[in-house]
Design a binder for this molecule. Structure first.
Ligand code: GDP
Ligand code: MG
Length: 159
């Protein structure tokens, strides 16, 4: 079951904005088997026919249209290591990062408590959410949350 799960970030998140719709690039990173592809396909359906690691879905978030491009990247690193690498690679950018504890339905084999997950997110300086792709819990909320995090940063830049 999950090892402090995988984190999802949206580096260079806003790709372009046209006729009221905004594109968001969201990268799913985490160890093999944590549920990245399942989460992506629950949220966005089948992957791109040419690029099986890319998914796309357009939806309304808080009355504003958003197209999410999900990029599903397998990683051999655990969440803490990935966080360090992200910080290094994106030093100057304030990119939204969400630590995701997936497979919350597997109650009996839980490895990370909710409070441990939250504490990790404090250390990682990021948001935290628990999801279950299997029972479709919090999946939409996760991706809506990413859009909101990107918008918050965009709006604070505009001021
Ligand atoms: P990835 O390697 O991170 O893309 O992981 P996958 O999406 O391929 O999922 C790995 C395995 O975990 C598959 O057998 C999925 O069916 C299973 N899985 C994914 N999400 C969940 C979940 O929320 N709950 C449970 N019980 N199993 C899940
Ligand atoms: Mg996968």
């Amino acid at each position: 079951y999950y090892r402090c799960s995988w984190s999802s970030d949206s580096s260079d998140s806003v790709i372009s904005s046209e006729s009221g719709n905004t594109y968001y690039r969201v990268v799913l990173i985490g160890e093999h088997g944590v549920g990245k592809s399942t989460l992506a396909s629950i949220f966005a359906g089948v992957p791109d026919s040419l690029d099986k690691n890319t998914y796309e879905r357009t939806l309304m978030v808080d009355g504003e249209s958003a197209t999410l491009i999900l990029i599903d990247i397998a990683s051999f690193e655990k969440a803490s290591e990935l966080r360090i690498q992200l910080r290094r690679a994106r030093q100057t950018e304030d990119i939204p990062i969400i630590l995701v504890g997936n497979k919350s339905d597997l109650v009996r084999c839980r490895e990370v408590s909710i409070s441990e997950g939250r504490a990790c997110a404090v250390v990682f300086d990021c948001k935290f959410i628990e999801t279950s792709a299997a029972v479709q819990h919090n999946v939409k909320e996760l991706f809506e949350g990413i859009v909101r995090q990107v918008r918050l940063r965009r709006d604070s830049k505009e001021k």
